[in-house]
Design a protein around this ligand. Structure first.
Ligand code: NAP
Length: 245
């Protein structure tokens, strides 16, 4: 049990997720960071504890839906509350539609979309009991506008938007908000795979002419998780340097 607000962040071991874990811990929440790599999770969590915050690592493959539901339910039982849920973990398996096989489509939909449904269903119960909660789903500008070579990824991220808007309508009466953050190009392992020529080309399409940082995404998540966003629900906020206007 804890008196602090409790936040669950999937994909909290690195990149955008690690920045969100650090930011919500700075916001005085107890953060449960979920990912597969315990060592990386522990690095993030021990940094936070050394700085006086509280965070804990929870190892789970979010594509194992039974384990994922049990992990979320376990947090609610052990800590007595879930105030904030951030569905951030995601993968890409890019390819042109003519060459994309079923497995690459299904894996991306399962990890990016179905896992979010599973966590929301599990976290909604304690949030309904508590008469309040914040659900924040990390989509992508690819889900808003589509992207060649990312039919599976874009479908999963567009699906998250539909999921979020429906959940926002369904749970608004229980004082639970559900919003989407849609990043553009952010400097993380996911975009490090692009070669320098592609990165320079991409910058030409970004009005602010640079990639974003994980912290710039985390600050919008912090806003949506805090009291300043009490009256905001069902929204998609692009954090993309102006790519999608
Ligand atoms: P990243 O650096 O590749 O990190 C992905 C995170 O997800 C890691 O913590 C990873 O941890 C976790 N993860 C992946 N598969 C998992 C699984 N099956 N079970 C549990 N955890 C899993 O990605 P990122 O760039 O920070 O992206 C974070 C989110 O933002 C993703 O949803 C991504 O689609 C979205 N996004 C990113 C960008 C961008 O430019 N970077 C743009 C738009 C949207 P483990 O490997 O330890 O499990």
């Amino acid at each position: 049990m804890t008196d602090k607000r409790v936040a669950i962040v999937t994909g909290g071991s690195r990149g955008i997720g690690a920045a969100i874990v650090r930011r919500l811990a700075d916001d005085k929440m107890h953060v449960v960071a979920i990912a597969r790599n315990l060592e990386k999770l522990n690095q993030v969590c021990s940094e936070i504890t050394s700085a006086g915050g509280t965070a804990e690592a929870l190892v789970c493959d979010i594509a194992d839906f039974k384990a994922l539901a049990a992990a979320v339910e376990g947090v609610a039982e052990r800590l007595g509350r879930i105030d904030v849920l951030v569905n951030n973990a995601g993968i890409a398996k890019d390819g042109l539609i003519l060459r994309m096989d079923d497995e690459d489509f299904d894996t991306v939909i399962a990890t990016n979309l179905k896992a979010a449904f599973v966590t929301i269903r599990a976290a909604a119960r304690p949030m309904v009991r508590a008469k309040g909660g914040r659900i924040i789903n990390i989509s992508s500008v690819s889900g808003v506008a589509g992207n060649a070579g990312q039919a599976n990824y874009s479908a999963s991220k567009a699906g998250m938007i539909g999921l979020s808007k429906s959940v926002a309508k369904e749970l608004a009466g229980k004082n639970i908000t559900c919003n989407v953050v849609a990043p553009g190009f952010i400097t993380t392992d996911m975009t490090d795979v692009l070669n320098d020529q592609i990165k320079e080309g991409v910058k030409n399409f970004i009005p602010l002419k640079r990639f974003g940082t994980p912290q710039e995404v985390a600050s919008v998540v912090s806003f949506l998780a805090g009291n300043d966003a009490n009256y905001v629900t069902g929204q998609v906020i692009c954090v993309d340097g102006g790519m999608v206007m």
